[in-house]
Write a protein of this length. Sequence first.
Length: 406
Amino acid sequence: MEVEVRLPRPHAKQQAFISCKAKRIIIRAGRRSGKTVGIAIYAVEAFLAGRRILYAAPTVEQIGRFWTTVTRALEDTIKAGAFYKNETERVIERSGTENRIKAKTAWNADTLRGDYADVLILDEWQLMDEEAWDNVGAPMLLDNDGDAVFIYTPPSLRSRSVSKARDPQNAAKMYAKAKSDTSGRWQTFHFTSMDNPFISRKALGEIAGDMTALAYRMEILAEDVNEAPGALWKRDVIELSRVASCPDLSTIVVGVDPSTTSMGDDAGIIVAGKKGNEGFLLADRTIQGSPLTWAKKAVYAYHEFKADRIIAEANQGGEMVLLTIAQADPSVPVKLVHASRGKRTRAEPIAAQYEQGRIHHVGKFSQLEDEMCLWTPGDASPNRMDAMVWAFTELIDSSVPGFAFA
């Protein structure tokens, strides 16, 4: 009995990576560009060739489109009994063999353990902990010299805030390294949302007005951007003043940009200090959690660094901020500051101190530095950056011409 496998017809950009024979493939693509449907076609063809496929994405919602495409394609073969499907486990297999296709969630190394594959596909790779590949993914391919595919859309600041990646630029760095590979083992593919001929041209034309220019470049054009045009901070400026250690400091503060809910934005917690006319960024203790959670984290940082006081924005919660920190430790001195000026006005004097080489990062702070170098005035400012601005604003003596440190 003949049964039909019903795969969607791939567009040109999808076909390019579907046909690729490289052992390692990395795909950088815009939203709604067809990358997930394309990789579903790739997976089904590999499965029909007798291979063992493991597809992983961070959340259940993210594996939905892949699984729907796969099950629709193989529906007739499953009904005919050629393959067995377990919907709960999201597995389709040829009974009695190791030939199967499976979809599962995988934020990190632990959620990916307990499996192996001939072909490993990591979708939304920019959001995963790097150890999902380094510690688990790569070793599971050793037995049969398996293949791996990485798929990502350059992460916006908002998506970076929920990422498990230790280095938010991990996917971009992997792509750049793969692009420079000359062995043939790696192959890169890049396509934009506009390359999908099956989505609305009108919607694509209008969406630019609904997004910031930076978000459009990253989410639609799929550009790896690590510095926004017009940003107040530049990576080379930060790098020039980076230090491995700092002197004994005359003043240390913990800057806090509070969060009022446990599931909302992160609460920015930054430790900074000064010595003469030099400022030093010491630690990033930013955390997501309830007000008491971040208050305890800020108080711990206060004691850890023997700080002089906590500086907290009063606009988010007002007296609640004081009460919450007092609940964690009533002995800690707290100064509330009010955002009476615009974010750009508050940030510019601090950016000027960076440009003059007066502020030093003691070590590397990838997430904070991403926020600083990707934020442009007019956008909502991220939490780490706000906390950093509050901390250094407290350390700067505004009575001194040029806003020098006291």
